[in-house]
Write a protein that binds this ligand. Structure first.
Ligand SMILES: Nc1ncnc2c1ncn2[C@@H]1O[C@H](COP(=O)(O)OP(=O)(O)OP(=O)(O)O)[C@@H](O)[C@H]1O
Length: 194
């Protein structure tokens, strides 16, 4: 996804292409390789963890370790999308700790009725999206983490509900303070019978 970014030391000089382990300096080539390598890692077993902040970072590392040196590490520059600026990097650590403390207080969303699970999971995802801890790969890490939350709660995960436009619209609305579409989407995901 294209970001509004400040001059970025993570990019090859004079470009908006992120430095990568493959040495690819063309964005289309990088997109293609990144997706292929991500899909291989997404198919593997995810790292074990406590559904906490370190686990979230480990998940990103797992998914993007073949592409970026900084996989699993928070970004250091300010970024935004379509006029929405995400958490300034100096506050990422504090905000992530707060989001994951909330999740722990809710006992990681276990033993909840589906609508309660959906609205709380939507809130966690909305928070983590507004923080946007990584320079790239946030959306895919969010959805991988949602899968871990459903799995831990013994709920199904209907991946067929993940229609790109619907996910994007729900995330953007959550950024603007309306978490309802995201909760409805999660409700459909966990109601899946496929
Ligand atoms: N204008 C916006 N405001 C808030 N959130 C947005 C906006 N545009 C996209 N997003 C969210 O940002 C996330 C995508 O972040 P990023 O591009 O870092 O992840 P990705 O995994 O590389 O991309 P994608 O999710 O598109 O595959 C998604 O959750 C998306 O819904």
């Amino acid at each position: 996804m294209v970001y509004t970014a400040e001059s970025d030391p993570l990019c090859y000089p004079g470009t908006t292409v992120l430095r990568n382990k493959l040495g690819l300096q063309n964005q289309d080539d990088l997109d293609e390789a990144e997706l292929a390598l991500f899909l291989i890692r997404a198919d593997e077993e995810f790292p074990y963890g406590r559904l906490d902040y370190p686990h979230y970072m480990a998940l990103h590392h797992h998914l993007f370790q073949d592409v970026y040196e900084w996989a699993g590490q928070p970004r250091t520059i300010r970024i935004g999308k379509s006029g929405n600026w995400f958490c300034y990097p100096e506050y990422i650590d504090k905000q992530m700790k707060a989001a994951f403390a909330f999740l722990e207080r809710l006992n990681f969303l276990m033993d909840m009725l589906p609508p309660e699970f959906a609205s709380n999971a939507a809130h966690i995802l909305a928070e983590v999206n507004a923080i946007h801890p990584f320079r790239e790969g946030n959306g895919r890490t969010q959805l991988a983490f949602l899968y871990l939350l459903t799995d831990n709660a013994g709920l199904p995960f209907g991946a067929e509900e993940l229609v790109r436009e619907r996910v994007l619209d729900a995330m953007i609305q959550s950024f603007d303070g309306n978490e309802r579409p995201l909760a409805d989407l999660i409700m459909d995901i966990i109601s899946s019978t496929q």
